[in-house]
Design a protein around this ligand. Sequence first.
Ligand SMILES: [Zn+2]
Length: 360
Amino acid sequence: MSADRINLLRTKVFDKSKWMQLPRDVVIGHDVIEQIPAVCEDLALGDSVLIVSGGQTRDIAGKKVEALLAGSYDVATFAANDGDPLETIRKAEAAAAEAGFVIGVGGGRVIDTAKIASYNTDRHFISVPTAASHDGIASSRASVPTAEGNVSLAAEPPIAVVADTAVIASAPHRLLASGCADIIANYTAILDWELSHRLRGEPLSEYALTLSRMTAEILFKNADLIKPHSEESAWLVTKALVSSGVAMSIAGSSRPGSGGEHKFSHALEKLAPGKGLHGEKCGIGAIITMYLHGGDWEGIRDSLKKIGAPTTPAGIGVDDETAVAALLAARTIRPERFTILDMGLTEESARDLVKMLYRE
Ligand SMILES: [Zn+2]
């Protein structure tokens, strides 16, 4: 597939170098939240910690982490509330600067706030997700909503991930289904990456690509096992999200897990703010981009149905015309990230696709 390009590259002087930042401790399973003191001790990150949590997630797990560490560490807390996200990040940075390391205990917004604040203050970051809703729990990028739409910011990749399946299984099923959809969308992200490699010579990491595809395959094959409030399901999905994050760390970008379906999701975020979760939108987008790649789009749709994720724009309260507009606007999002949606999709054909592929 990419052998020709590899052979071409061999004629050049070898001058590659690369950093891959991977988590050191990944602890997943029943009641592993109890092992946080052992993880902190193992990593020897200092004697003061900032615990970032949310309103509800602090009650669910944040307070427990605070209590577990209180005897051995100087513990400070920060609430990532619903206010202006950039303002919240600035305040979190000021708090992180006073601490030796940072732990984020919560959902997407909390984890993103904690990892950006850690990155900007050069602190290590431990990720303690309370839901398995997207692959940011183990990656080095964070997405922040602003008035101009979502922006992707550099963030500290977690030095450890502590994912308690009892906590994650008790979160609303919609979050887990959304995390699954984000992973199943790896299939189309990879096809877009390969397309860009063939068409534009974009560098490809076979390791990252293979890991990302394998992660999608595991969830695709086990879609029947993904059930609400089951720890087995939380286990499967959390491992997949961590593996997907590792694939991104190996690639040094979000490319293995983010292609046209993600650009569609970001375009929808702008055109219909607040409608649908990140992974839900990516899953819906992947149905169309898989069709455009000539792949098994019905398989994608059926597996999303099985796990309980929406498969149509109507399923997240978006009308067909807005979905058409998002498909066309996708090419204006991160234009340097070339995908199948940048290949000349016309308005008429976008309309036909939405009508044809998004039937219940
Ligand atoms: Zn995603």
